[in-house]
Design a protein around this ligand. Structure first.
Ligand SMILES: *Cc1c(COP(=O)(O)O)cnc(C)c1O
Length: 363
């Protein structure tokens, strides 16, 4: 069987180093907001090229705390792509702000910058862009619009650790960015973890307090904060894995390139990337098929595990009843057609060859 993603194998490559890191934390006697978090924040900020990095409990909190720290809420609108993982949109709703959905480009799956301007109103406060499946959005036109209307750009980088656009890494392309280190992401912890990157010192200072009960100093509370801290244990594991991230992304690129060069069945649409090889870190390799269910069944019979990201668009979810009757044709079409092929840094080219052969044999 070719698994979609072998998480155990991904981590077993570093088993000794991870065990040592966990042991070090265990024996240190200090488990929350200590040296490991501090060092990881420094190292991950440097990796992204931002001045500040703040560890938090997960990716959803990272996005939601940015919005909270900016003070966006009731009566404010935030523009977000209509096809994204629900967390991007939940982060907006959670703060009481209104998500305004914009359709994607169907070949890159990312927000279509030409469709943003007509959704801007007097209530718009920010764009939340999502570098979906690991590919950087087309940021130049988005940054121009943000400047023209004086809006903030919040990046959802949960799927795109390390992707580079115009020489800069994602997480350093807007005003603030949220990352997830959920175990299956390109950089994954052994549980929930997340981070915020930014060059805005004032924002960073506020977020540092908000993640810790709104307090910079124990028992002095400046904000009505939350408890959303990155654990020392997770930070220690992330510090072990960060030095391998670029190499892992390169291995993903090799698989992606092999798929792109060799899948020749005209009934399958391949993903497109726009801004050079490094702009995509291939968190997911997503193809489109008009007979997605049949194709998935066929691949499963050939021993190839695939997943669907995602089967139901956010505006069709029970949780967002207020959008009943709203139509987002491109998103709806994508959610019917997308299928994610196996891809990971521990997948071999021999395995990729089996996937390609199966797809090319498909009638
Ligand atoms: C995973 C993910 C998140 C949320 O991250 P968690 O750590 O699971 O909270 C947000 N946005 C996108 C696009 C994601 O893929």
């Amino acid at each position: 069987m070719i698994p979609f993603l072998d998480l155990k194998e991904i981590n077993m490559r570093h088993v000794k180093e991870i065990q040592e890191a966990l042991n070090k934390v265990l024996h240190s006697g200090w488990y929350i907001l200590g040296k490991e978090v501090e060092l990881f924040e420094k190292e991950y900020g440097e990796y992204c090229g931002t001045e500040h990095c703040i560890g938090v409990a997960n990716g959803l909190d990272a996005l939601s705390l940015i919005i909270k720290a900016y003070g966006f809420g009731e009566g404010d609108e935030i523009i977000v792509p209509s096809n994204t993982y629900i967390a991007s949109i939940l982060a907006i709703s959670y703060n009481g702000a209104t998500p305004i959905l914009v359709e994607p480009d169907p070949t890159t799956f990312n927000i279509d910058p030409t469709k943003i301007e007509k959704k801007i109103t007097a209530k718009t406060k920010a764009f939340m862009v999502v570098h979906l499946y690991g590919q950087s959005c087309d940021m130049d036109p988005i940054c121009n619009l943000a400047e023209k209307y004086n809006l903030k750009i919040i990046e959802d980088c949960a799927q795109a650790h390390g992707a580079i656009y115009n020489g800069k890494r994602v997480g350093n392309l807007g005003h603030a960015a949220g990352f997830s280190f959920y175990p299956g992401k390109n950089l994954g912890a052994l549980g929930d973890a997340g981070a915020i990157t930014t060059n805005d010192e004032e924002l960073a200072t506020r977020i540092r307090a908000i993640r810790n009960y709104g307090s910079h100093k124990k028992y002095f509370n400046m904000f009505k904060g939350v408890n959303s801290r990155l654990d020392e244990l997770h930070a220690a594991v992330l510090r072990v894995k960060l030095p391998y991230l670029d190499q892992d992304n390169e291995s993903r690129r090799e698989i992606a390139k092999f798929y792109l060069d060799n899948i020749s069945n005209h009934r399958i649409s391949l993903p497109r990337y726009e801004f050079g090889e490094k702009s995509h870190v291939w968190h997911l390799f997503v193809i489109r098929s008009e007979e997605r269910e049949k194709l998935q069944q066929y691949l499963s019979e050939r021993g190839i595990q695939t997943l669907i990201h995602y089967p139901i668009p956010p505006h069709k979810q029970e949780a967002y009843k207020e959008w009943i009757g709203h139509q987002y044709d491109i998103s709806e079409l994508l959610h019917q057609q997308v299928l994610s092929l196996p891809i990971s840094p521990v997948m071999s080219l021999d395995e990729a060859k089996i996937v390609v052969e199966a797809l090319n044999d498909y009638k």
